[in-house]
Ligand binder design. Structure first.
Ligand SMILES: *[C@@H]1O[C@H](CO)[C@@H](O)[C@H](O)[C@H]1NC(C)=O
Ligand SMILES: *[C@@H]1O[C@H](CO)[C@@H](O)[C@H](O)[C@H]1NC(C)=O
Ligand SMILES: *[C@@H]1O[C@H](CO)[C@@H](O)[C@H](O)[C@H]1NC(C)=O
Ligand SMILES: *[C@@H]1O[C@H](CO)[C@@H](O)[C@H](O)[C@H]1NC(C)=O
Ligand SMILES: *[C@@H]1O[C@H](CO)[C@@H](O)[C@H](O)[C@H]1NC(C)=O
Length: 564
């Protein structure tokens, strides 16, 4: 009788798996269970904190750097911001009044302070990527800035600022996407009316751009493109997954060849700007030299014509409430669709250090674009991708009070919080309209930061490598302190990239669970976990990563490592 009851079946399965993880705490070949379900009350809905009521600019683009500073910028063509440039500096553009305000800042996470930076040309709707040495390379923007490459190299004092490089991009890049490649180059794909891709660094053949018909084919027309800011994910075999509109391909960028076209995502929804959804590569579980499976997840979006409806008719159609998951490494990949607790457009998806996915910000109606969205979604949603029961995967979290719609952002911080900022659905800074331009910064703290679970939070003592460098395939140890070991829970080591986030898409976002070889208890509260570095640069492109130790689903604070 009981066996006919599906919830009994899942209970039995969970118990079996929990028992199984108790016996084999250090390693697992299961794709979906890496800590037992009874672990910590993850039904807790988290907390919001206002960090700054105004940082002076609107956080349209954000990038965390290896020294725990966050570069934030908006645009040069929306009038004066609420933050003056130091030393009476001004930017003088032809036939315009001088602008003596900042449009970029660097935010110091530890001290919760802001320093204005000087951008020379317009960075509106641009893209970026960290390169392996930790420097931010930012590409494109608008108008006089649309072919400019800018760099920002982190410093621990106030000496660093933006540098404009002399070699321009081969094409205008406005709403393009970037991905760091295994050889340390950055690929820059698409943009408005740009059906090409190109690479950074620029050399003598700098202006070389490569035509990509997929970008033209997936464009629904000017203004309604639905394929801008294409979603890029570097796959473990080194090829690039490119998703635009509702289609996706496996792309060999070295030979400019489409290797495979995946099925169209089901449902009548477009997933890229202005029908802005979001996309993540779900955590990669590493095991020896075997290339890991890779699965993409895309959530939200809007139907065909939604932008015209809101922009010209003031009709705000409901956003998509669906997510699609597809295992890209399967021989015959298929989308598996799921339903979110509410519809969402312009939401960010943030990979938390324990692999869970936070869906945050956005609106329930309309699209991206000026005045084109309405009905903000205040509640983030947690997605537990590893649960077998789809009905339990989504958890609705505590709401923020601030609408975060078009031009808002969210990124993971090394302490496990999520930094949330921006929202400017207007052409200019506008502090009096219905959804005013927002200059504040907030932090969302997920359930795992609650004081009542702090005894179960690992605290990293040392990463035993030279200079914090992790070589490919290198076996290395991490020692950590833990006051209360939860029997049966696995110890995991995750590596998370700092992503470049804008327009609901986090470029380069990537999380890997390293192969854990052994966990040893050194003394009452001290432990050592031995793990293996990623197998190849195609799995983990070189550069700086946040390393977390996760116990019972609760992450430590991160230590920065450099993977080379
Ligand atoms: C920005 O400055 C304007 C003009 O001084 C002021 O009205 C507004 O309140 C400020 N906004 C914020 C969010 O600080
Ligand atoms: C990293 O490389 C860039 C581009 O070559 C260079 O401008 C920058 O100074 C380098 N950063 C560091 C920290 O060496
Ligand atoms: C949107 O409106 C423009 C201007 O009226 C028109 O040219 C275009 O075809 C429309 N696109 C869609 C998808 O409805
Ligand atoms: C948003 O969409 C819902 C349907 O999901 C609809 O009932 C509602 O009227 C729309 N809201 C606005 C402000 O258009
Ligand atoms: C701000 O928005 C309001 C209403 O949305 C509009 O009437 C006003 O003109 C806007 N102000 C500026 C400076 O754009």
């Amino acid at each position: 009788m009981a066996s006919k009851n599906p919830s009994f079946f899942f209970l039995l399965l969970s118990l079996t798996l929990a028992l199984w993880s108790l016996i084999f705490p250090a390693s697992s070949s299961s794709s979906y269970y890496y800590y037992s379900l009874k672990d910590v009350a993850s039904d807790d809905e988290g907390d919001w904190a206002l960090l700054q009521s105004s940082i002076g600019i609107s956080a349209m683009h954000m990038q965390l750097l290896k020294n725990n500073m966050v570069v934030i910028f908006d645009r040069m063509d929306m009038g004066p911001s609420n933050l003056s440039l130091p030393n009476n500096a001004c930017i003088q553009k032809p036939s315009q009044p001088p602008d003596c305000t900042a449009h970029s800042i660097v935010y110091d996470v530890a001290s919760n302070t802001v320093r204005p930076l000087l951008v020379q040309t317009d960075t509106w709707c641009s893209s970026g990527s960290l390169i392996p040495n930790g420097t931010l390379v930012q590409t494109g923007g608008y108008h006089e800035g649309d072919r400019v490459v800018r760099t920002f190299t982190p410093c621990d004092d106030s000496s660093c600022d933006w540098t404009q490089l002399s070699v321009p991009l081969g094409e205008r890049r406005w709403y393009a996407s970037n991905q760091l490649l295994p050889d340390g180059r950055v690929i820059i794909v698409g943009g408005r009316r740009a059906y090409t891709y190109e690479f950074f660094p620029k050399t003598d053949t700098a202006s070389l751009t490569f035509y990509m018909s997929f970008l033209k084919e997936t464009c629904d027309g000017y203004g309604n493109e639905n394929n801008l800011y294409p979603f890029l994910h570097l796959l473990p075999d080194g090829n690039l997954y490119v998703f635009a509109n509702e289609r996706s391909i496996l792309f060999d960028y070295n030979r400019n060849r489409v290797l495979k076209e995946f099925p169209v995502i089901p449902g009548e929804f477009k997933r890229n700007y202005p029908s802005t959804g979001s996309s993540v590569l779900l955590p990669l579980r590493l095991n020896g030299d075997v290339l890991p499976e890779a699965e993409v997840m895309i959530c939200g979006g809007a139907p065909y014509g939604a932008f015209n409806n809101s922009n010209y008719k003031r009709v705000f159609v409901p956003a998509s409430n669906t997510c699609g998951r597809m295992k890209l490494t399967d021989p015959y990949p298929k989308w598996v669709m799921e339903v979110m607790p509410m519809p969402r457009v312009m939401s960010d998806m943030v990979l938390l250090p324990n692999g869970e996915v936070l869906i945050i910000n956005g609106a329930m109606n309309g699209t991206a674009g000026w005045e084109d969205g309405t009905n903000p979604v205040f509640n983030p949603v947690l997605y537990k991708y590893y649960l077998l029961d789809p009905a339990r995967r989504f958890v609705v979290l505590n709401p923020s009070k601030i609408p975060r719609m078009y031009h808002s952002t969210a990124i993971l911080l090394p302490d496990g919080r999520v930094l949330v900022g921006g929202s400017n659905p207007h052409e200019k800074y506008n502090f009096t309209s219905y959804y005013p331009t927002d200059l504040s910064l907030e932090a969302y703290s997920p359930y795992y930061l609650k004081p009542r679970v702090s005894a179960m939070r690992p605290s990293i003592l040392s990463v035993e490598t030279s200079d914090g460098t992790v070589l490919y395939k290198q076996v290395f140890a991490v020692t950590f302190q833990l006051n209360q070991y939860n029997p049966g829970s696995q110890i995991l080591v995750s590596l998370v990239t700092p992503s470049f986030t804008t327009h609901s898409y986090s470029m380069n976002q990537r999380l890997m669970f390293l192969e854990v070889i052994e966990v040893q208890q050194l003394s009452t509260y001290d432990y050592k976990v031995t793990a293996r570095g990623p197998p190849t640069a195609t799995v983990a492109p070189p550069g700086y990563y946040m390393l977390f130790v996760v116990h019972a689903g609760i992450p430590s604070q991160a230590v920065w490592v450099k993977v080379v």
